[in-house]
Design a protein around this ligand. Structure first.
Ligand code: GCW
Length: 680
């Protein structure tokens, strides 16, 4: 039924393995939770709901500690817990970490979930439920967990008229018209889903911002959402339009060094905190793609960010200032512009500013090298921005599991220092930052199943899990998501996990193999349009990125080209710069390569390009066959949704392959290898 999609990974269906169900029922007989705090109420409620579903019977609240109790609580309020857990065990867990332990208390076997703060208990409860949802043993638990990253956010590109920029799953879930009076159950379920994967904040509005959101009428609506989310440890953040002082404040300027402007932001911020005492702060897109910013007044990004940082600092707020800036007027490779703008500002930002950097230097492509700013600004916490909504990845129509894309970037070594993978830069270990962040541009909308494609849910899930623990593997995340979302049956999980793990590379192969990028349809970014050259600015044209000509294809970013590679550390640069050592996956990101260049395999570039496109299509067919075998394991509705979407994906993979190869062939003047000449 439709509900199967709505419930996401929080289904809590009764355990279908009788022996295990029996075991769980023995281990868990009651819940013991002091209900005195909002976040504990939420934790307690979730535990009730989860356990009664999973165990197929109500698990009663029980004020006495009996055999089989699940005991929730903070040591500071419970002498029992103080006895059971040494202070030292909690010392490194911070405000959000938790402990789950099976312990004996006065001869009773109990499961203890504790933490320094209520939020930790909430996360502990979700973790405990996940163990059961994925059918893990729970008889001897000794788990300690704390988030690697402090600020774990969704970024909604939701407009105030409920359209969603780059949204493919319906309209915005924020029902502004009925707020603040009406709290849709969906807000609560949204908060539960986020809390279950450790997401602790949400930017409600589009980075292409509307200043109106900062006015009284709207702030009341925001406050209502904040109240709904608070029990789930989710803070709200807003996007700040840099010109708001002019647009809604009636000032003549938005110059960040102007005293009146600074005062306007301070007053505005104070007002926001009156409505929302735990408001998170602002996310800002400035001087990018037509957005106003400090450069309009010949000020720097640091000037702009610091002005806002000073306004929110007294309230404990933060500023996330985006590094996604590039301008058409600058006659410079778009790849290089963010680094050129931001690197010189390292050290100039206030302590409560994070610079938010997209994973790659261009724009959320199926594959990008890591952004050269990672490792280049040691004095500034750099926040990772991923895109969950599949703007360049086939919208909510194509199946692509993005964990491998996210991990590829996190695992990349920036060589800035020892221990300076992108993961270590972002989580703050490399440079000792305590402020750290990771955000995903949301793929959520009003569709019944939230994300349009049933597998889009997996990307939302991944963002949260990776922000909590960046050492999790793509396989682990896929595995636990599948078990919770569909079924624990191994025939299903094994097969579908395999296709999920392969899906990103398959997409790269039929869309943008060998380092091609940004050759999607102009503006909407759906489907192939490598030939397009009529955009109002050069760096929005696919031809700008692939540079195919009679000699070859690819963007020369070596010293003889744009020299973007100089923005990386020497070790990274060298690897990419040498044709012989540049990984094939990144080849055309950095080199203009002759059509008959011999690849490592001995085949020419052209032949290899053909191989990739053809194998991409073949692999989509493999996914289809695998999926067809899954019919009996899951509900008919989701089975059929995915099946239909895969059929479109297959047609469109063919479209991509044919469009790209036929177009590039007009430059290569070489035949498609004969083995591919059978019609399909
Ligand atoms: O990915 C591009 C999108 C724009 C978006 C911009 C950004 C919100 O095409 O729609 O604007 O990036 O990240 O700011």
């Amino acid at each position: 039924s439709a509900e199967d999609g709505y419930r996401l990974w929080l289904r809590y269906n009764t355990i279908d393995n009788p022996a295990l169900l029996q075991q769980y029922r023995q281990q868990i007989t009651s819940i013991n939770c002091p209900v005195d705090d909002g976040k504990l109420v939420a934790a307690n409620q979730e535990l009730q709901t989860g356990l009664s579903g999973l165990l197929g019977k109500k698990v009663p609240a029980q004020p006495a500690i009996i055999n089989g109790a699940v005991l929730l609580g903070l040591p500071e309020r419970s002498p029992v817990i103080r006895k059971l857990v040494a202070d030292s065990a909690l010392a490194h867990l911070g405000d959000e970490g938790f402990i789950i332990r099976t312990v004996m208390y006065e001869g009773k076997n109990i499961t203890l979930i504790t933490a320094n703060k209520e939020a930790g208990i909430l996360y502990g409860v979700f973790h405990f439920l996940r163990l059961m949802q994925t059918q893990q043993p729970i008889r001897q638990l000794s788990i300690t967990s704390a988030p690697k990253i402090k600020i774990r956010l969704l970024n909604h590109w939701d407009n105030l008229n409920r359209t969603v920029e780059r949204g493919y799953a319906g309209s915005s879930i924020w029902d502004w018209q009925r707020l603040p009076g009406y709290i849709d159950q969906r807000y609560i379920d949204y908060a539960r889903a986020n809390a279950s994967i450790g997401i602790n904040g949400t930017v409600l509005t589009n980075v292409n911002a509307n200043a109106i959101i900062l006015t009284d009428e709207w702030l009341q609506k925001i406050a209502a959402l904040a109240n709904a989310f608070r029990p789930y440890n989710i803070k709200v953040y807003l996007t700040a339009r840099f010109s708001a002082p002019v647009e809604i404040g009636k000032l003549k300027t938005a110059d960040p060094l102007n005293e009146e402007v600074r005062k306007w932001w301070k007053d505005k911020t104070d007002e926001i905190y009156k409505y929302i005492p735990d408001f998170g702060g602002f996310l800002v897109k400035a001087n990018s793609e037509g957005q106003p910013g400090p450069q309009n007044y010949n000020r720097t990004h640091a000037d702009g960010a610091n002005m806002l940082a000073d306004a929110v600092a007294p309230h404990g707020g933060i500023i996330m200032w985006r590094a996604f800036v590039y301008s058409n007027e600058t006659p410079e490779d778009r790849f290089k512009q963010a680094y050129n703008d931001f690197k010189p500002l390292d050290g100039q930002f206030r302590k409560n500013v994070l610079v938010q950097v997209k994973n790659g230097p261009i724009d959320f492509q199926p594959r990008e090298p890591f952004h050269p700013l990672f490792g280049a600004m040691p004095q500034t916490p750099l926040m990772m921005e991923y895109q969950l909504t599949q703007e360049y990845l086939g919208f909510a129509t194509h199946l692509v599991y993005m964990a491998p894309l996210f991990k590829e970037v996190l695992d990349a070594d920036t060589h800035a220092k020892n221990n300076s993978t992108v993961a270590q830069i972002v989580d703050g270990t490399t440079d000792g930052h305590t402020l750290s962040g990771m955000a995903g541009v949301s793929n959520i909308g009003s569709d019944i199943n939230w994300t349009g494609h049933p597998f889009g849910q997996a990307n939302w899930y991944t963002l949260g899990r990776l922000a909590w623990d960046n050492t999790l593997t793509s396989a682990q995340i896929a595995n636990e998501w599948l078990r919770q979302t569909f079924t624990n049956k191994s025939a299903f999980v094994d097969t579908v996990q395999k296709l999920m793990l392969a899906s990103r590379e398959i997409m790269v192969n039929y869309m943008t193999p060998l380092g091609l990028h940004h050759i999607m349809g102009y503006g909407h970014h759906y489907g192939p349009a490598p030939w397009y050259n009529k955009a109002p600015r050069a760096d929005w044209n696919p031809v700008y990125f692939h540079k195919a000509d009679s000699i070859g294809i690819g963007f020369n970013r070596t010293a003889t080209g744009s020299n973007a590679l100089a923005q990386y550390q020497p070790a990274v640069r060298q690897q990419f710069e040498e044709l012989a050592t540049c990984p094939e996956a990144f080849l055309l990101w950095f080199h203009h390569v002759p059509w008959d260049y011999k690849m490592h395999s001995g085949k020419t570039l052209w032949e290899t390009l053909c191989d990739k496109y053809y194998s991409g299509v073949d692999s989509v067919r493999w996914i289809q066959r695998s999926w067809n075998g899954m019919k009996n394991y899951i509900d008919a509705e989701r089975f059929s949704e995915v099946k239909q979407l895969l059929a479109i994906q297959e047609q469109e993979a063919v479209w991509w392959r044919n469009a790209c190869l036929l177009y590039f062939q007009t430059f290569s003047n070489k035949p498609i290898p004969a083995r591919y000449e059978k019609p399909d």
